[in-house]
Design a protein around this ligand. Structure first.
Ligand code: IMP
Ligand code: MG
Length: 185
């Protein structure tokens, strides 16, 4: 049964599985012969990462970063805080950031600068979702699962007030549920 806060399923479990396979194959081709470090941005990327890496056939180290953004306080300040940093040494390696969604682009642009300072050979990003209409900074993800309209979504790693990350699909919220988000997003 679907939770009451859900309006519609925007992207089905099946569509996500098909897409992760497609992306994994493409990434495997592009990174053949390169030393790859996958950096998953938690907590949103947890489900996507787990499915994606099963379709990546080249050797890859997997690392995690936990970050939070202060969107509530000021929409455009985009202060990002690192809660947990990298463990792996990425110098001279190819970094692939794995994200749940690129929205304003502030997180991605911050991470790119931050990781660049560790001198990797390259930095790219693979995001399950892209919401280009909400950009505050000009960034373009290298691998995109689905481009979606300006609508708050939940499930498959993405949360609504810290809940529903475990839904196997991506869904939109009812107006009532959206109302409770005000000031939190
Ligand atoms: P950005 O810095 O604005 O690109 O935001 C990226 C982060 O905002 C994501 O990693 C999510 O945690 C969160 N976010 C953006 N849009 C949504 C959404 O529609 N649902 C849930 N979380 C979102
Ligand atoms: Mg996130």
């Amino acid at each position: 049964m679907r939770p009451k806060i859900i309006k519609d399923v925007l992207i089905s479990e099946r569509a996500i599985q098909k897409k992760t396979q497609e992306l994994g194959r493409k990434i495997s081709k592009d990174y053949r012969g390169k030393e790859l470090v996958i950096v998953a941005i938690m907590r949103g990327a947890m489900l996507f990462l787990a499915d994606l890496v099963r379709h990546i056939s080249v050797p890859a180290a997997i690392d995690f970063m936990f970050v939070t953004s202060y969107k509530k306080a000021s929409k455009s300040s985009g202060a990002i805080r690192i809660i947990k940093d990298l463990k792996e040494d990425i110098e001279d390696k190819y970094v692939l950031i794995v994200e749940d969604i690129v929205d304003t682009g502030l997180t991605f642009s911050y991470l790119k600068k931050y990781l660049k300072a560790h001198n990797p050979k390259g930095i790219k990003i693979c995001t399950l979702l892209d919401k280009p209409s909400r950009r505050l900074v000009r960034v373009k993800p290298n691998y995109v699962g689905f481009t979606i309209p300006d609508e708050f979504v939940v499930g498959y790693g993405l949360d609504y007030l810290e809940l529903y990350r475990n839904l196997p699909y991506i869904a939109t919220l009812t107006d009532k549920a959206k109302g409770r988000l005000k000031g939190n997003f």
